[in-house]
Design a protein around this ligand. Structure first.
Ligand SMILES: [Fe+2]
Ligand SMILES: [Fe+2]
Length: 383
């Protein structure tokens, strides 16, 4: 029996036919006729042995007697059409009532022959049945090929999309303190949190690709500010803040839902739950959820890793800072999700450590920054 949807298409002359009839003379006659035409024939005298034969062989067509002792051929027809998708059935009966024929065709038979069976009619219906089967297999194979092609092209488009994003992010990274690993980790952490939040697989994939673009707007910040060693003046910090709006403008106007998501993240990843962030001082749920997620993982990752201007904070301190920001800097619900995802996030952190020689640029205290302890630690929160 074949239930394989990818069943191969082959020459109908080499087909295997199961002849089911309780009368040995009928079975032998049909078998002789079909064998002389080049078909391979199997025989069964009742429904149980026919079913066994179907389970053990790749049967392409069955000639099936309706009236047999025990289970009727009509019941076997039902089973064959439900379980053996690629097996055609021609019903044989001595009864000529139209109702029987209608029932047989309704149950999926492809032919119906009256006994005594004539050679020409049998051959005609067997040939027609096998041709029908061949057409179905060819159509299925063609559909499968089309689906494979579409899937292949979708994957190629997605890869090209992803590569473009990486190149864009790399371009902005050349002038920034961010490392490639940080960018990657931020995407992966967001992916984990989105999964726990119950997002659809497409949206989960989107945030993984969109989150790394949170700081692309830094490409528009002058070197004198972006790479200034030490603290920025208030005026310089005002310029630095514009990396959010510059990034959003760079990403704006796209039809791609992923770039639309990246635009929201770039614009709002420095907004705070309490309204004290920038660029718009948005608060609470008016900040897009994607940006509320990125805000947490960006801070978590930035302060968990060494930069040339400061060492990583101990994990305990990092987590204290995130907890402290619950309901002030960060969305409290998203902080809870973050902590429930923490073991996976920590695993990812270990899997993707910073590459050697992380780039260095300016880092500035968050304007309404979280109090850090010990106070001696230099400014560490990402801008
Ligand atoms: Fe970042
Ligand atoms: Fe930023």
């Amino acid at each position: 029996m074949s239930r394989d949807l990818g069943h191969s298409v082959h020459d109908t002359a080499s087909s295997t036919i199961l002849v089911v009839d309780d009368e040995a003379t009928v079975r032998d006659l049909i078998t002789r006729w079909l064998t002389s035409e080049g078909y391979r024939c199997l025989q069964a005298s009742d429904v149980p042995s026919a079913w066994k034969c179907l389970c053990e062989n790749d049967v392409h067509l069955v000639t099936l007697d309706i009236n047999m002792p025990g289970i009727s051929g009509m019941d076997l027809l039902f089973n064959i059409k439900s379980m053996c998708l690629d097996t055609e059935v021609i019903m044989l009966t001595a009864r000529g009532e139209t109702a029987f024929a209608i029932e047989a065709f309704t149950r999926g038979a492809s032919g119906y022959l009256l006994k005594p069976v004539e050679y020409d009619s049998l051959l005609f219906q067997v040939h027609k049945g096998l041709e029908h089967r061949q057409l179905i297999l060819e159509r299925r194979q063609y559909t499968q090929q089309l689906e494979d092609k579409v899937q292949e092209q979708t994957l190629a488009i997605r890869r090209a999309h992803e590569e473009t994003i990486h190149r864009l992010v790399n371009a902005s990274m050349y002038r920034d303190e961010e490392t490639g690993s940080h960018i990657k980790r931020v995407g992966l952490y967001c992916e984990q949190m989105a999964k726990v939040l119950g997002w659809s697989p497409d949206d989960v994939e989107m945030i993984r690709m969109a989150a790394p673009m949170h700081d692309v707007g830094k490409i528009g910040i002058p070197d004198a500010i972006l790479q200034k060693p030490g603290r920025l003046s208030d005026a310089e910090f005002e310029v630095m803040k514009t990396h959010t709006t510059i990034g959003a403008r760079m990403l704006a106007g796209s039809d791609s839902p992923m770039l639309q998501m990246a635009e929201e993240i770039a614009l709002s990843h420095h907004e705070r739950w309490d309204g004290g962030g920038y660029p718009h001082g948005a608060s609470g749920l008016s900040i897009p959820e994607v940006a509320r997620i990125v805000a947490i993982v960006d801070v978590y990752d930035a302060i968990s890793h060494d930069r040339v201007y400061r060492p990583a904070l101990p994990e305990k301190e990092v987590l204290r800072i995130i907890k402290q920001g619950r309901g002030s800097h960060f969305d409290p619900d998203v902080v809870d999700i973050f902590f429930s995802t923490l073991p996976t996030i920590q695993d990812l952190g270990r899997q993707y450590p910073d590459e050697r020689g992380a780039r260095c640029g300016n880092v500035e205290l968050f304007p309404s920054g979280i109090e850090m302890s010990p106070a001696a630690w230099p400014t560490a929160l990402p801008v």
